[in-house]
Design a binder for this molecule. Structure first.
Ligand code: NAG
Ligand code: NAG
Ligand code: NAG
Length: 400
């Protein structure tokens, strides 16, 4: 390798590691500081790069084939950065453009509000970075309620003075499948060409049983207490901010060392599974999942992971893990499906699926709808005695 190539490779590796680290250390609320990207995509570029322009033009009448503009109002670094462009490339409908300049608010076709932010405390209306609400809502404009967080981590309900905002959302755009625009935090796809890896060999190389890389130590799901209980019956090595430091790069260490890995979400809520699950699908570890979702409904089959929901207690789970540890013919099937599937959202991609939003922007005829504040709250914060702030109260271990 030439020297320059080596430096480039080193930089790429370093950036990748920084990104992993960022994912590990990411607070569960997205960044609340305003990112002042001036990232406007030129319309020419959006159109040239848009995958299926001719299809779009055939399907839509003249007026709707025009590029739709979508303004990201606040705290969007998690879902959009200029480096992700062209975000609509490859979408069935791709005549859309992301804008981040608030001064263009009144000309936009849609505005996306990230409601999972601490910034929503100010009351002013306008374009200044501090304001939470645009000056006006033109009649043609669609306002979009967006979050990728579990309800118990989102303090939308506390935005008492935001009636104008919270009674104006036309669409929801979240990780919940029943949103108007659905955006899962990961995608598992069938490989075009299957791999032929020998997972028996992988199993034989493993030195330890259960690993857990974790940086958010006390959570609404009380996963930390579940793990404590589990540790009475089986070794669980906790690494990262809530445990001991990784001996070398964390995910590499996980990949090389453990037979099982805990992909436990911080909250138990509708549709809420995150990169904790998706990013580790591509590692050589069997995933043990815990969340509030029905994985099968998200296309994640029961034999792809071990779900704590299928066990009456951490002890029962531990017994199952010990049995698998002794019998590779039972353990290996939990890995073998990886020969046929891959978790495909790259690290260079945003945590959001933009295609469905663009398609919806072009829907015709368009049904008019707007949610009241109460409707949004009833949907996003499902009530019930088994809930706290919309998340399920854990009940899967004694002392929960
Ligand atoms: C995980 O380990 C396997 C070898 O067992 C290796 O082929 C693979 O590239 C590793 N994956 C990552 C993401 O480090
Ligand atoms: C999860 O969803 C699948 C498919 O809809 C269904 O067959 C199964 O009963 C559900 N599981 C639970 C625990 O609700
Ligand atoms: C969006 O909401 C407004 C009310 O704030 C309503 O007049 C308009 O018809 C809605 N648009 C769509 C496309 O639902």
């Amino acid at each position: 390798m030439r020297r320059n190539d080596k430096i480039l490779l080193a930089v790429v590796v370093l950036l990748t590691l920084c990104w992993w680290h960022y994912l590990d250390s990411k607070p569960d609320l997205p960044l609340s500081t305003e990112i002042d990207a001036d990232g406007l995509v030129s319309p020419q570029r959006a159109i040239m790069d848009g995958g299926n322009q001719h299809v779009v033009a055939e399907d839509l009448d003249q007026k709707d084939a025009k590029t739709k503009t979508i303004l990201l109002w606040n705290d969007y670094a998690f879902i959009y950065q200029e480096k992700y462009e062209p975000v609509f490339q490859g979408c069935a409908v791709s005549a859309c453009q992301i804008v981040t300049d608030r001064t263009r608010a009144k000309d936009m076709d849609a505005i996306v509000f990230n409601i999972a932010t601490n910034n929503f405390a100010k009351e002013c209306q306008g374009e200044s970075p501090d304001c939470e609400i645009p000056q006006e809502k033109p009649p043609h404009q669609v306002w979009i309620f967006h979050t990728l967080e579990a309800p118990c981590q989102v303090f939308f309900k506390a935005h008492k003075n935001k009636d104008m905002l919270s009674n104006s959302f036309n669409w929801t755009f979240t990780h919940r499948k029943d949103s108007d625009v659905y955006s899962p935090l990961g995608v598992i796809e069938k490989r075009e060409v299957p791999l032929q890896r020998d997972f028996y060999e992988v199993a034989r190389k493993k030195k330890k049983l259960v690993g857990w890389l974790v940086s958010h130590c006390e959570t609404p799901s009380k996963r930390e207490l579940y793990v404590k209980e589990l540790q009475k019956y089986v070794d669980v090595e906790i690494i990262g901010k809530c445990g001991k430091p990784c001996p070398y790069k964390c995910l590499e260490y996980v990949n090389n060392t453990f037979k099982f890995y805990l992909a436990f979400e911080n909250s138990l809520a509708e549709g809420y599974i995150t990169e904790k699950f998706y990013r580790t699908v591509n590692l050589d570890v069997v995933l043990i999942s815990r969340s509030g979702v029905n994985y099968t409904e998200l296309g994640i089959l029961p034999n792809w992971h071990i779900n704590t929901a299928d066990f009456p207690s951490p002890q029962a789970l531990a017994e199952y893990l010990l049995a698998l540890d002794k019998d590779d013919s039972k353990y290996v099937p939990y890995l073998e499906w990886r020969n046929h599937y891959v978790s495909s959202r790259g690290l260079d991609k945003p945590y959001v699926s933009w295609c469905d939003l663009c398609a919806k922007m072009h829907e015709s005829p368009r049904r008019s709808q707007v949610y009241s504040r109460q409707e949004i709250i009833d949907w996003y914060y499902p009530p019930g005695a088994d809930r706290f702030r919309g998340c399920k109260i854990p009940s899967d271990f004694s002392g929960a």
